[in-house]
Design a protein around this ligand. Sequence first.
Ligand SMILES: Cc1cc2nc3c(=O)[nH]c(=O)nc-3n(C[C@H](O)[C@H](O)[C@H](O)COP(=O)(O)O)c2cc1C
Length: 197
Amino acid sequence: MDHLITNYLTIDQPHKILSQWISEAECRDPNAMIIATNNNSKISTRTVLAKSISHEGVKFYTNYNSAKAQGLIKTGSISATFFWHNLHRQVHIRGTAVKTSREDSVSYWNSRSPASQLSQYISRQSQKCPSKEHLQTLYKEAQETFKDQPVPCPEHWGGFLIKAEAWELWMGQDHRLHDRFLYTMDNGKYIGSRLYP
Ligand SMILES: Cc1cc2nc3c(=O)[nH]c(=O)nc-3n(C[C@H](O)[C@H](O)[C@H](O)COP(=O)(O)O)c2cc1C
């Protein structure tokens, strides 16, 4: 896409560039992003997969009891970074995250494989787990319980929508004279600026 764009300053839908770059990155999990959250003034980061990208924002799914979700429920504050080594490009988003509707979470849950549903169903994400055997036993028990019926989406599992306040696109260039473009909302429209690299 970048060779088609003559002026990054006038882009008004940066999410479309993100989708394009994900489609161009030939690597495992090109939709992986590192998200930073704040829980009681402690900042922590981890990787999640972006499952939908639109003008509304970027969605991911998780366990609402997890450390990240608890931080987000308290503060809403989030920062997300995508990096593709082979493209030498980065997208950075800052904004707030809100829970998606239960309907949205269930609909995404229902699109997942039974194996993913079972592993999420039994996971007490971010809590201490006594052993691998314990995890395997829980999995087998759940497999038995749900062998003839669908695995229900737990109440504590669902999505977050990151509503971006700012987007930054970064493209590596020769001599480290990299391109950086920042987009911030002004009167319902994104305004682009070039930043020093
Ligand atoms: C490539 C990759 C993708 C991941 N995707 C997700 C995801 O979409 N949702 C999720 O809850 N955890 C995902 N994880 C696991 C998280 O990185 C993290 O370990 C887990 O969510 C617990 O984080 P927390 O304790 O900080 O809340 C992924 C990990 C990797 C390496």
